[in-house]
Design a protein around this ligand. Sequence first.
Ligand code: ZN
Ligand code: ZN
Length: 175
Amino acid sequence: MIISLARMPPDGLAFKRQYEAGELDTGEYDFELAEPPLVNGRATRAGQDMRLRGEIRARISAPCDRCLNEVTIPVEIPFDLFYAPADAGACQGVERELVERDLDFAVYENDQIDLDGLVLEQLELSLPSRVLCREECRGLCPQCGADLNVEQCQCKPQIDPRWRALADLKAGMED
Ligand SMILES: [Zn+2]
Ligand SMILES: [Zn+2]
């Protein structure tokens, strides 16, 4: 969805979008959409810049870091973002560059802001640094790949090399 800023009323422009399943392409992101996002907010002018405030609700899914099973994560993301016009950079040069980096400015062109891109980016940023299906997830066996939450494989536990000599000794005594 493109938000057109060309004929924006002085008090800003409200936007609302319930995305359909499959509408957003998450191919290059680390998550998938378990439930497509609902976005609503308001665009207002802040001098030359545009300010977009609102909220995104969705359910995203990503693989558990330990067992790789998909984990569904409900998210509610408030956002408050500034967009600078792409062509304003030239006249203000270095100063503008600094502002962009410091305040995390995005850029808009042709009086348009791509809401889809905003939504995908915010969803990606909302991903927790560690995705776990549950805190006590036992993960996969490092040797055979079995999901240790559902089965006990026959692999022997890895022995710390420092203890291997002792283990061998013990095994010898048992024989
Ligand atoms: Zn897991
Ligand atoms: Zn195993």
